[in-house]
Write a protein that binds this ligand. Structure first.
Ligand code: ADP
Length: 501
């Protein structure tokens, strides 16, 4: 009897604790814990399959932008280290990777994808700690999409003969130098490494100096997957390390994602050399709302378009164009929705907008806020609380914006939206195209015919209809004009790593 009693007491307490757990989960989710990541105090370069100290012994700090605390020291690669990495990639290309049957190469890439999926939580937490992005985004977008790119391109490895029209034979280029930015650190690494390997190239990759940790953790996966040494090398450092990759004569192709100015510099540096180049640069993309659009959905699309990843998105819908007849209503709805956005701890599952990636980026955004006000635009910022330490910007909307204002012409790369109104299709197409950039655009309307006619007139590499910021490994991504050249993603993203033999 006593035994039974204690059994039922136990059962009751189990029910209670389950209920308590569920209650706390559904109403106040605990922040993800940094315990999911084993951080080292310092990280070396990944060259020839091993973690290797930098030749000059120099290290720099990487910070958590939400706390301003140092996370780790990271090796700074000089020209000597870059040279070792390129030599290793060349050896791996000549002796192993180019000789391996394509389906075997594919198996390695599949293996990388699977391990990344298994370790997704650890990568998500680290991505949010090092870069400041909300854990909800790194957990549901960055890391799963990175794995999806490896899965997608793994499938191409043994089907390259179908990549070009007429089934003409293709071959790899050799050693690819890849330089990536800080806004989607692991995802950009996957965008670059996966097609390069599938096409049969070897790689020297440099992550951005403020977010090197997930790329270095990816190197652990390469070891775990037994990827042959030298097939991917990861060299950390700042602009000088990137420049050393660009200048190295042993590099056959440069793939760069970053600012337009640096991209133009790389283009100049490669003049007269037989190095292939793809560039994915800045943007100032138009998000266009017609009066017949479903306005509540459009508001969600506007929010996602500009406040996703703190607005650190090259294709961010940073210029909002609203048809005049619905502008008043849309502004009210948008401002109400903006007030609900939570800015704060990137590891908190409730957070909508995390930390600005670095102090220099914070200063740049703050400067643009001042410029906008000085230019005569009207500034609206939400009243949400922000933490005392760390780098933060409240969601911001500028109305009363003119086409000539710097805030509507220049890339801010922060949670700052400019809004203009329009009356006719001709007017909005002209305004939307009146920019040095041409990366992306959004069109919101109830009419399919309007989607087609407007999107075909927009000079933008990607046009989303009744949605925004949707990414898929099968879809090409890239820009016109100062937004770059070449495409990443899909078959189009594979071709720049291949030569028709
Ligand atoms: P952002 O303005 O977004 O920081 P950058 O273009 O400065 O973008 O940086 C993108 C990447 O390019 C980073 O990895 C950075 O270290 C690298 N980089 C910066 N300067 C150079 C350069 N002169 N040559 C090659 N890479 C560079």
């Amino acid at each position: 009897m006593a035994k039974n009693n204690s059994k039922s007491a136990k059962a009751k307490s189990a029910v209670k604790s389950t209920l308590q757990f569920n209650t706390s989960w559904s109403y106040a989710p605990a922040p993800e814990s940094a315990d999911h990541v084993k951080l080292q105090s310092s990280y070396d370069l990944f060259i020839d399959g091993k973690f290797t100290a930098p030749a000059k012994g120099k290290y720099f700090d990487t910070l958590n932008p939400a706390t301003e605390k140092k996370l780790a020291s990271v090796a700074e690669a000089t020209t000597e280290d870059v040279d070792l990495a390129v030599q290793s990639a060349r050896r791996a290309y000549d002796k192993v990777w180019s000789k391996m049957p394509a389906k075997e190469r594919g198996k390695y890439i599949f293996r990388i994808a699977r391990i990344l999926q298994e370790r997704a939580r650890e990568f998500s937490v680290l991505e949010s700690m090092d870069g400041g992005k909300p854990i909800r985004e790194s957990r549901t977008i960055d890391i799963p999409l990175a794995a999806a790119h490896f899965f997608y391109y793994a499938g191409w490895a043994d089907k390259l003969e179908y990549a070009v029209a007429g089934n003409r034979p293709v071959r790899a280029l050799g050693v690819a130098g890849q330089i990536i930015p800080w806004n989607f650190p692991l995802l950009m690494a996957a965008w670059k490494i996966a097609p390069a390997l599938a096409a049969g190239n070897t790689v020297v990759l440099k992550p951005a100096e403020t977010t090197p940790l997930t790329a270095l953790k990816l190197a652990e996966i390469f070891q775990q997957a037994d990827l042959p040494p030298g097939v991917v090398n990861i060299v950390t450092g700042a602009g000088a390390t990137g420049a050393a990759i660009v200048q190295h004569p042993g590099i056959d192709k440069i793939a760069f994602t970053g600012s337009t100015d640096i991209g133009k510099g790389i283009q100049k540096a490669l003049v007269g050399r037989d190095t292939k180049l793809t560039l994915e640069l800045g943007g100032k993309s138009a998000n266009i709302i017609f009066e017949d659009a479903a306005l509540d959905q459009a508001v969600e699309g506007i929010i996602n378009g500009i406040y996703f990843n703190q607005g650190h998105v090259c294709c961010a819908g940073s210029r909002l164009f609203v048809q005049e007849s619905v502008a008043g209503m849309l502004i009210r709805k948008l401002q109400d929705r903006m007030q609900t956005l939570i800015v704060g701890d990137p590891l908190d599952k409730n957070t909508d907008i995390g930390a600005i990636n670095s102090r220099p980026q914070l200063e740049k955004i703050e400067e643009y806020l001042k410029i906008g006000v000085k230019e005569g635009a009207e500034l609206f910022q939400t009243k949400c609380e922000i933490p005392k330490k760390g780098f933060w910007v409240r969601p911001t909307l500028f109305t009363n914006v003119a086409q000539s204002h710097r805030i509507s012409q220049e890339e801010i790369f922060g949670p700052v939206l400019t809004m203009q109104t329009f009356r006719t299709v001709e007017e909005v197409v002209e305004k939307a195209n009146n920019t040095p950039y041409g990366l992306a655009a959004g069109v919101w309307t109830d009419k399919g015919s309007k989607v087609f006619s407007v999107s075909s007139q927009l000079r933008a590499g990607v046009v989303w209809a009744n949605t925004y910021n949707k990414f898929d490994p099968t879809a090409p991504f890239g820009g016109y004009k100062e937004s770059g050249k070449g495409r990443e993603g899909g078959l189009h993203g594979l071709l720049p790593y291949l030569e028709v033999a």
